[in-house]
Every structure is written in structure tokens, then in C-alpha cells.
Design a protein around this ligand. Sequence first.
Ligand code: ARG
Length: 474
Amino acid sequence: MRLWGGRFSGTTDERVADFTRSIEVDRELALDDLTGSIAHVRGLGRAGLLTVDEVSRLLAGLEGLRADVEAGRLEWDPALEDVHLNLEAALGVRVGPLAGKLHTGRSRNDQVATDLRLWLRRAIDRLDVAIIGMERALVGLAEREGEAILPGTTHIQPAQPVLFAHHLLAYVEMLERDRGRLADARRRANVSPLGAGALAGAGYPLDREATAAELGFEGVTANSLDAVSDRDFVVEALAAIALSMVHLSRLAEEITWWSNPRFGFVRAADAFSTGSSMMPNKKNPDPAELVRGRAARVIGSLAGLLALLKGLPLAYQRDLQEDKPPLFEAVATLEASLVVMAGMVETLTVDRARMRAAAAEGYTTATAVADALVCRGVPFRTAHHVVGSLVAAAEAAGLPLDAVTDAMIAAALGASGDPAAAALAGTAGLADELRAAAGLEGALASCDVIGGTAPTRVRAALAAARARLEGERG
Ligand code: ARG
């Protein structure tokens, strides 16, 4: 029997029933639906709409259903359309006609909005733990490979050397912002729509605030129309999730390049790689590639959800049923991606020698040499030009920048056209000073500002990240 069947004659066309049902998807909400119903029953009791005995029988029935759902014992009936009607019917089997009082002062519209907020709250808490796990993996690798030097790039070309730990900590920053965005989304999701009814507000004197408090909500929605049709909280969460996937995807991209033998900076563990069915030589970083690929799907989910909402008049429209697949898929995808990427990062082997050699290629310390000249009073533009010509001379001579001769330095200064620079040529100690700045260690040490890659700064940032993570859950 259809729970809403009174005004209908005949049966629903099979094609319509198939097309409209959502039980395969929204059964994911079962536990939250029961949590919401339990609080609602207590609220109906407080409002004098149920006797003490009725409340306790309904609660016993709902608790029994919770145990069934947790044990995977509940049989979902596709003929019953969705999770709400399935659970109400199952309650009827347990407590008889009394189950018909459960839906007093409630619509599936405020019910599903409540369920989704409760579900999202739990999901965000799980994601937070998974993000912390990923941060721990990155910090662990940064600690393990604290000395490794990476060729920092811009335009994918060699730019300046950076500590590998510094590079990893950049991802920790991104993930930490992701946590902040999710926490922010959680805060706005954490209000109770229960009592909004179908759209106009429940027709009974329900104490919405008491029920909200019982459910751990921070408050109640202020407008019943908004309460049943608002999915901003889903958009916000999905946007935060999509951005977090983008962050993981960027790291995944880097890992795939770094593990190409041409780079040879890292090697993925065998346990985190897969092979080719045809090429016996292959070892592929597939988990990273799939993280990159799944980021695309999550971005699509976010775009789909925004498109879903843009044409909806107030209040509830059935279109809103389509909010769940993208949200559920995005949460599951981010959680799984974080877990697999954490494992990949934890088991990564780093070839410091390869990294170091690459970091020295491409005259990456030139900026540090120019900065050293500036410290001797040379205007930066002149210094830039002098070091540029020094790089050209070194390249022609097949020398690295930290092996240029005194004569090459004097020539570059002399040719600058700047009397102040020309006057420096031959200054005692200057050539050694510039060659020291041209070494990887010298160049790294020179970036000694908050947020810079100087080893002392990176050590402090790493220690701060570690200390923060010690205090986190999970
Ligand atoms: N399955 C519906 C959804 O997810 C539940 C609410 C249905 N409300 C209704 N009036 N048909 O949105």
C-alpha cells in the first residue's frame, strides 16, 4: 500500500514507480532518518501529541529498526519508493497502527533535509580525520627526507632550489584550508529543518529548538520555505570536497612525473603501483592517476549540483532528490583518495642524489647570486643583468654557477655599464661570496623569511605542523 495513496485510484504505472524511486541511493540515510525520527517522537510527546506509552513503544520500535539497519538485516522494499517510506512501513510491522502517528507534524521534505544535514555532519567528521591522516603522511615524509633538495619550478622550468620538505608542507597548507572550509560548511549545515513541514511550517505547537538541541544542531532554520528547499550546505560541502580533490590531484600529478625515470626523484612502493598486461617492464603509479581522474568526476558533481538548483522555484521540488548521488559519491571519493594517497606518500622512496643533481641544473641559484650582489650595494636591475651574463658565460664554459672563475665575475661586473658594479670587480672576498651564494645550500639559506625555504624556517614550520598534528584526533 502506498503511504500517500488516499486520493489516488488504481496503481502507479510501473514506469513511474521505477523512475521515481530512490531507495537504492537514499538508504544511505537510514541511520540518520532513524535518529531524526527518534527526536521527532520525543518532540511529539513533549507537545502532548503522543502519550508516554506511545512514545516509549515508538522509540522501542525505532531503536529496533536501528539495530536491524546496523546489522544489515532490514529488507528494503523497492515498491516503497524511498528510505523514509521504507522505515515507516517497517515501523508499522513492529508496532502496528501506532506507526501512523510518527509522521505527525512532519513532511518528507523537512525530514529529508534533516537526514541530509545529519548525514553530512558525520561525513565531514570522517573526512576531517582522513585529511589529518594525509597531513600526517606528508609531514612524516618531510621529516624523513628533511635534507632532500628539489628543483623548484615555475612554468615547469627550473627556477630556484627548495627543500623537498618545504614542497610537501605546501600541500599541508592546502589540506589545512580544506579542513577549515569543511568545518565552515558543517557549521552552516548544522541547523534543524524539522518543524518546517512540507513548506509552511508544522501545524502543531512543536518545540523545534528542543528537538534541534536533542539532535545536536546549533539551532533551527528560520524560514520554513528555505528550510525545505535549501541545499546550500550540500553545495558548500561539495565545493570544499572538489577543491580538496584538486589539491590531491596536483600532488598526484607531481608524483607521476617525479617517478618517471627521467626524473627519478621518487619511487612508488610496489604495493602502491600496478603493472601492464602487455609490457613486462611497466610499473605505474595508478593510484595517483586515478585520484587525478576522480577529481574530474567530483568537479562534475559540483557543477551538476549547481545546475540542479539554479532553476528551482520555492519550495521543495522533486529535482532535489538528485542532490544525493553527487554528494555521496564525492564524499566517498575524497575519503578513499585521501586514504590511498596517504599510503602512497608514506611508502614513497626518495632518491636524494637525483633530486639534488636536478636542483643544481638550470642555474637555479642565479637569483641568490643577484641578491648577494644587491647586498653589496648594486641595484637589483643591474645585479639581475650581471648575473644573467654570468650565467651565459658559465653555460658557454660548461661550468656550474658555483664554479665560475674570478675573471668571469670581474668581466660580468665590468660589462654591466654600471660604475658601482664595475667598481666592485676585484673586491676581496666578493668572488668567494658569490660562489657560496651560487651553491645549493647558500641559495636555500638566503630565502630566510617567514614562509621561505631556508632550512631553519622549514624546520620550524615542520615542527609547528608536527606539534599541531599531535593535538589532532584520529
Ligand atoms: N526522496 C525524496 C528526496 O530525496 C524525499 C522527499 C520526497 N518528498 C516528496 N514530497 N515527494 O528528495
